[in-house]
Design a protein around this ligand. Structure first.
Ligand code: GLA
Length: 386
């Protein structure tokens, strides 16, 4: 039904990889930061209300690109990349301090688990057992429940890597937030020489369970707090999406994007068809069914260009879906880094994932993890300029 070839986006991508190749040479020459050496540094960032210390780990490459991740929620707090003039800027929404993260319901930058996105009525069946999860989103379970992986302090682990990297791990005990099995999870963040942020996840369990890990960074390529992302030009390699009901639960249908506001098969400004998407609040908050045509399991999922700064971002993943969310629930009440507020559409998220509510849809790829198997997945966010 959906072609595996992808002509419009493919030609854009081939073109852009040439542009990207050239651009990668330029920022190094123009970068305002001193071209230095790779580094990994850690500093105390504060403590949780329970008194657990939280550290902020910063990975920097030779071009001055850096990402800072804290142990609380294995959360991306800062993401600093050059613009077309080599000027470095922080493109991740978040806060300068730790405390505003605690009451947060926006999941800024966090590692999401055990199950990213929604499970209808918080219920699923597995091997003849019924499970009930906390209902934290209008009668459904969202992003792992009341106290998901985003609200836990992860343990930093030693990691061997040629590039700056940090690994976090945690054991989620059997029954945590209603999910079965002791789940041992790790997530590794790496910054490469060619301005890529790689996020690799692994997990094992001792009982059959379901799992869907992702990262919830809110990107504003013009800089966090600098207006909205409505003029950003987005391409998503998806010929189909999963339509949802009013509670954002998939109906089960896998629908062709052609002729809908979900057609990003050629580069399109986010704001162009946003109103036609509808929803309360209006905007994109949908799972796109990624095409696996070009590079089999591992492929380019999306590309974004920000016109004023020239920053570009490409997303590569081995996951079947991409939740494209345009910050519809932001309303300007959160004051973020540098005292700037975050209005509606102040950022977009590209959450690589399995489809929402997969445990209740046999026609969606399975999210079951069995004892003896290892869950492994990697997503890369590649930054450049145009
Ligand atoms: C996800 C969901 C959105 C919203 C945000 C957090 O992206 O799909 O509906 O809940 O998290 O605000």
């Amino acid at each position: 039904m959906f072609s595996t070839s992808f002509p419009p986006l493919r030609s854009t991508l081939l073109r852009s990889s040439v542009v990207l190749g050239l651009a990668l040479l330029i920022p190094t020459a123009l970068a305002t930061a001193d071209p230095g050496s790779d580094s990994v540094t850690s500093k105390y960032f504060g403590k949780t209300p329970q008194g657990e210390p939280v550290y902020l780990h910063t990975l920097t490459n030779k071009n001055g690109m850096s990402v800072s991740i804290m142990d609380y929620g294995a959360t991306v707090v800062k993401l600093i990349v050059p613009d077309r003039n080599g000027k470095l800027g922080d493109i991740a929404l978040g806060f300068d301090k730790l405390t505003p993260y605690f009451p947060l319901t926006t999941y800024f930058g966090a590692t999401i688990g055990r199950y990213g996105n929604r499970i209808a009525k918080g219920q699923f069946e597995l091997d003849g057992h019924s499970y009930q999860l906390p209902l934290n989103d209008h009668g459904n379970s969202l992003h792992g429940g009341d106290k998901g992986f985003d609200k836990r302090v992860w343990k930093e682990e030693a990691v061997e890597s040629d590039s700056p990297a940090v690994r976090f791990s945690r054991l989620s005990p059997d029954g945590e937030e209603g999910y079965p099995g002791n789940l041992y999870t790790s997530v590794t963040f790496t910054v490469t020489e060619d301005n890529r942020l790689r996020i690799s996840y692994q997990a094992t369990t001792d009982k059959p369970t379901v799992i869907n890990l992702t990262n919830h960074t809110y990107f504003n390529l013009a800089g966090a707090g600098n207006g909205t992302v409505l003029d950003d030009v987005v391409a998503i390699r998806a010929n189909a999406y999963t339509p949802v009901d009013s509670g954002l639960i998939p109906t089960g249908e896998i629908k062709d994007v052609k002729g809908t506001p979900f057609d990003f098969t050629s580069p399109t400004p986010i704001g162009l068809h946003l109103k036609e998407v509808g929803g309360k609040p209006v905007g994109y908050d949908h799972n796109f069914v990624l095409e696996k045509g070009l590079f089999s399991d591992w492929s380019l999922a999306a590309r974004v260009e920000e016109p004023t700064t020239g920053r570009t971002m490409e997303v590569y993943t081995d996951q079947p879906g991409l939740q494209f969310y345009t910050g519809n629930f932001l309303d300007g009440t959160l004051t973020g880094k540098g005292g700037k507020s975050y209005p509606q559409y102040a950022a977009f998220c590209m959450e690589t994932q399995h489809f929402p509510d997969s445990p209740n849809h046999d026609n969606f790829p399975s999210t079951v993890l069995k004892p003896g198997d290892t869950y492994k997945t990697t997503t890369v966010y590649a930054f450049g300029t145009k």
